[in-house]
Design a protein. Structure first.
Length: 582
């Protein structure tokens, strides 16, 4: 390790040289391609990830650097860069270095840290997420070793999502801790990114990807386009604070519910959470993303790479009881997990095509990330005795930008339930966020005692369903406001008067838009549909009409649907393209 010259005051830079590897080159994996696409598009604060690793007592700066060197030599992902594509698009090749160097900062504090030590380390790690990693040349970890009076205390880590995902970061933490406590690491049997890319490009790998795309298309054509479609929703991303639940009481209830039903605790928790989210959103079907689901193979479970691609869960939460939903949940989850590896570029092309044909806008509203199986091996995971754990503790944490409406991370399912929730403040004020998590604990306790009727969820949990009111109706499994559709279509067509009616029985209900012309040529159904679809990302409760009917002028009684139907029709039709039968 070689200290660099002219170090900034209060901080020194330590350089670490590594070698002994094998230079390799190959195509990017599906997971890497997916994350590279996000890295090139999204704010780095959103897409980069971070962690804080407490330094074991007695470890020196030199030992910390040596352990990091071993990790870099052991895991190809930490020696990988992504050359710029010749055609100017996203990188399609990964290159693994055989030798090289990286650096970390040592920041020594004298007397005390500026804040509570763990909280200060968290702030340093989170701050290191800002700024893009240069994929073609940067080492994929930003490392700051925080010391107190010369004694290392925490390693703040920020990471490129093109190299590692959250689960891989946990594996690195565990192995680093083992090295610093004089343990030995077994030979790694996990697939490397280059080997995984070869497997994915094989005929069997391509067939799996095709099956995943078909599964996703089925979900996108039949599930709700947005879980949280209600008047309180505001367009765009939001900033939400983290609320952490740590509860021995919930851990006991979850274990008892799992024993009573004969189901894994993770499935019971997923079911209870899904039922409660769907109840709060007023949905009969829940569509949720589960990004860690594709580590369910032995060769991938401990792979240090970025595997995180969404498993898209679609769960019918119509009961009549929680046990009835639980019986469906395992199969639905398994189906989603099996279809969580895909070509991300083709996936998003399919999402765009499918949603335009359906007339909606797919919203990744709900994310459930259960990392408890990976975190079970985390070095400090078994800190205090269960007797010292809180019965039910809620703790607010820092805010972060949220590219979704509800995000849940499960850190442990037992003996203490430990999870965190970020919820869109437009949908949940702080009291409602706390009420949701305490309601989840109450639901687990009720499920431990016996089967819970879904009709009693508000009474059991204290969580009420969304209040929509007005003209909101369910059309094609999506909550829709015909008035909002009329307003959006009128805006898209330059202010033309529009009336939108719901026609047909509830199960087959369709939206018909009546559009009054302004004296000029009437727009075509295709043109009207195209104009409306361009506005959909900024509209809640809007589904494109199934049928457009153009009339010369609005009726005298413009608010009365029957009056619009009696007008002479200039032209009519569906602006949607027919779905591809294949």
């Amino acid at each position: 390790m070689l200290p660099r010259e002219q170090e900034p005051p209060g901080e020194r830079i330590v350089e670490v040289v590594y070698g002994g590897g094998v230079r390799r080159r190959g195509p990017v994996t599906m997971g890497q391609a997916n994350m590279i696409r996000c890295i090139l598009r999204d704010d780095p604060v959103q897409i980069n990830i971070h962690d804080v690793w407490p330094v074991p007592p007695g470890a020196t700066v030199e030992a910390v650097g040596d352990a990091l060197r071993v990790l870099v030599e052991r895991h190809e992902a930490l020696r990988t860069t992504f050359p710029v594509a010749a055609a100017g698009g996203p990188p399609v090749v990964q290159e693994v270095a055989a030798q090289g160097s990286f650096a970390f900062a040592v920041r020594d504090h004298h007397g005390a840290f500026p804040d509570e030590p763990a909280r200060h380390a968290e702030a340093v790690a989170r701050g290191a997420r800002s700024g893009r990693f240069l994929l073609e040349r940067d080492f994929p970890l930003r490392l700051v070793l925080l010391a107190l009076d010369g004694v290392p205390a925490f390693l703040a880590v920020a990471a490129s999502h093109a190299a590692v995902d959250g689960s891989a970061l946990v594996v690195l933490h565990e192995e680093w801790h083992t090295l610093l406590t004089c343990g030995e690491l077994p030979a790694s049997r996990a697939l490397t990114p280059v080997d995984l890319a070869v497997e994915e490009s094989s005929p069997a790998g391509r067939l799996r990807s095709e099956a995943s795309l078909r599964y996703w298309e089925r979900v996108l054509r039949t599930g709700p386009q947005a879980v949280f479609a209600e008047p309180r929703v505001r367009p765009g991303e939001c900033v939400a604070a983290r609320l952490t639940l740590r509860s021995a009481r919930a851990g006991r209830a979850l274990a008892a519910a799992a024993a009573r039903t004969g189901s894994p605790a993770a499935t019971v928790l997923l079911t209870a959470w899904s039922v409660l989210v769907a109840h709060r959103a007023g949905q009969e079907v829940l569509v949720a993303a589960a990004p860690t689901a594709n580590r369910n193979r032995a060769g991938l479970a401990r792979s240090v790479s970025t595997l995180a691609q969404d498993a898209l869960l679609m769960l019918d939460v119509r009961g009549p009881t929680v046990d009835a939903v639980l019986r469906k949940a395992w199969g639905a989850a398994l189906d989603a997990y099996r279809h969580s590896r895909f070509d991300a570029v083709r996936l998003w092309d399919m999402i765009g095509r499918t949603t335009r044909e359906r007339g909606g806008q797919f919203a990744r509203d709900v994310v459930f990330n259960d990392v408890s199986s990976v975190l079970a091996t985390r070095p400090e995971g078994g800190g205090r005795p269960v007797a010292d754990e809180p019965e039910l503790e809620l703790r607010w944490g820092p805010e972060q930008e949220l590219p979704t409406r509800v995000l849940t991370f499960v850190y442990a399912t037992g003996p203490v339930l430990d999870l965190a929730l970020w919820a869109d403040p437009a949908l949940f004020d702080r009291g409602e966020v706390e009420g949701f998590l305490t309601g989840l604990v109450r639901l687990l306790e009720a499920a431990a005692a016996g089967d819970v009727p879904l009709a009693a969820l508000t009474e059991v949990t204290g969580v009420a369903s969304a209040v929509r009111g007005g003209d909101w109706v369910r059309v094609d499994r999506c909550w829709v406001s015909p008035a909002a559709v009329a307003a959006a279509l009128g805006e898209a067509l330059g202010g033309s008067p529009v009336h939108v009616a719901v026609e047909g029985a509830s199960a087959e209900a369709v939206l018909t838009a009546y559009v009054a012309g302004g004296g000029g040529p009437a727009p075509t159904p295709e043109g009207a549909h195209q104009a409306l679809m361009e506005l959909l990302p900024q509209r809640c409760g809007v589904l494109a009409p199934h049928r457009y009917v153009f009339v010369e002028r609005p009726p005298a009684e413009a608010g009365e649907a029957g009056a619009w139907r009696r007008l002479p029709v200039l032209t009519e039709g569906s602006g949607r393209r027919a779905a591809d039968a294949t």
